[in-house]
Design a protein around this ligand. Structure first.
Ligand SMILES: Cc1ncc(COP(=O)(O)O)c(C=O)c1O
Length: 418
């Protein structure tokens, strides 16, 4: 027992209050939100339209629709690409649930692909083996803020005539070969939920450069209508539509945050790189890998315990307990460390039970379930990763307010003695 650790009564490296709430709020947010509150519209209005334009200009997209969540934007991607009942859609086996449940929203079937053990992203070399005659799209999840091997994914998609949808919900500002996440496939979804690098409480955006995909997605977004509320509406439902729009107050807040995002991003990069440099060489600790063609946004800074390197018994329960204990030690030091997603997607009940909303749908659609096997052991890399990783999240983002050198030195010292 090392008495120096806060968990055993020592003084935490980071004092309560030093890590600020995320995101930082200043007069820009306050003024813009007040402006929206006093405007003539609190539903969709000028702030929504301006935010879509500003986000698209910043990211490099032609069309955008502000939504009430990233999940809604993902659903719009599927509909925009014409995915329908019983179609198969390839998705990584390790992600947030809605990277795959968005497929169920339109009665299509997710087909999972194991992850690459170093990037934790869909292993592009395993995609072709997962393609079935029903496959219509690949969802490339730019997880933790790191882009997938998009050249390989796009080449496979072209060969098999598939759409490429980016789940960029965590990937604001992340880059692949000089291009931003959200511009690397046919269309993309971002989330602005509070814990995202760019946030406005809750919200999302659907983006694309393809007019046809945009028009299809737009119908789903607003009651099946073909016109946006600011256009000449005929209030006619041309297709099944949801209500995925967002409001003016949230849009104004999103605009204010977007103005500051490039500063957040450079801070995240600097802090992530500092941690990488200073945590290198600790036995049993594996640092995140950033391929040369990518720029990570460090939404999640993932540490893995290399159990084999420290001779830890090959017992899953013991390894999970040990990983959780290490995360607890770090957390008690004041670092926001957590285990992001303990379960791989094929382990989740909705997929195991093959029953999304009753009567076995959508798997009970004739022929849709053919060859669909969600046995978790089919995804060994995802299983292994889910058992040994932990993420450092908010500490990295709120770091502009912290003395970086002191924090990193202390972290290094304590990791070495752990
Ligand atoms: C990878 C990924 N996809 C989709 C989503 C869904 O975004 P939202 O919570 O805005 O619906 C999230 C949110 O955490 C996510 O991390």
């Amino acid at each position: 027992m090392n008495k120096e650790f806060a968990i055993y009564g020592g003084t935490p490296v980071i004092q309560p209050g030093e890590v600020k709430n995320w995101p930082p709020i200043d007069h820009t947010d306050e003024e813009m939100v007040l402006n929206a509150l006093h405007g003539s519209s609190q539903a969709r209005g000028p702030h929504n339209i301006a935010f879509e334009k500003e986000f698209c200009e910043w990211n490099g997209n032609t069309y955008g629709l502000f939504t009430n969540s990233g999940t809604a934007a993902l659903h719009m991607c599927l509909v925009g690409c014409g995915i329908g009942a019983g179609d198969h859609v390839l998705v990584t086996s390790y992600s947030w649930s809605s990277s795959a449940t968005c497929v169920l929203h339109h009665d299509a079937i997710p087909i999972f692909v194991d992850i690459d053990p170093e990037t934790f992203l869909m292993d592009a070399d395993k995609i072709e083996a997962a393609i079935t005659p029903r496959t219509k799209a690949i969802i490339a999840v730019q997880l933790h803020g790191l882009c997938c091997d998009m050249d390989k994914i796009n080449a496979i998609a072209k060969k098999h005539n598939l759409h490429v949808i980016e789940d960029a919900c965590q990937a604001h500002g992340a880059m692949y070969k000089g291009k931003k996440a959200g511009t690397l496939g046919d269309c993309a979804a971002f989330s602005f939920n509070q814990n995202k690098c760019l946030s406005c409480g809750e919200g999302g955006i659907f983006v694309t450069n393809n007019e046809k995909i945009f028009e299809g997605a737009a119908k789903l977004w607003s009651f099946g209508e073909t016109a946006r509320p600011e256009q000449n509406r005929d209030y006619h439902a041309y297709a099944l539509g949801w209500m995925y729009r967002n409001n003016e107050i949230t849009a104004a807040y999103a605009r204010a945050q977007l103005k500051k995002f490039d500063y957040y991003f450079s801070t995240l990069r600097a802090n992530g790189n500092y941690l990488k440099e200073n945590l290198t060489g600790i036995k049993g600790l594996k640092l995140p890998y950033e391929p040369a063609e990518c720029i990570h946004n460090w939404y999640n800074f993932n540490l893995r315990i290399d159990f084999d390197a420290i001779g830890f018994p090959n017992d899953v329960d013991k390894r999970v307990k040990f990983r959780d204990a290490v995360a607890a030690v770090i957390r008690d030091e004041g670092v926001v460390a957590s285990v992001w997603q303990r379960f791989i997607l094929p382990e989740m009940t909705v997929f195991r039970a093959k029953n999304a909303y009753g009567k076995g749908y959508p798997w009970s659609i004739p022929g849709a379930d053919e060859g669909v096997d969600y046995t978790p052991a089919n995804y060994p890399n995802a299983l292994n990763y889910s058992r040994c990783h932990m993420s450092i999240v908010q500490t990295l983002r709120a770091a502009p307010t912290l003395p970086a050198a002191r924090r990193a030195d202390a972290a290094r010292h304590r990791c070495r003695t752990a």
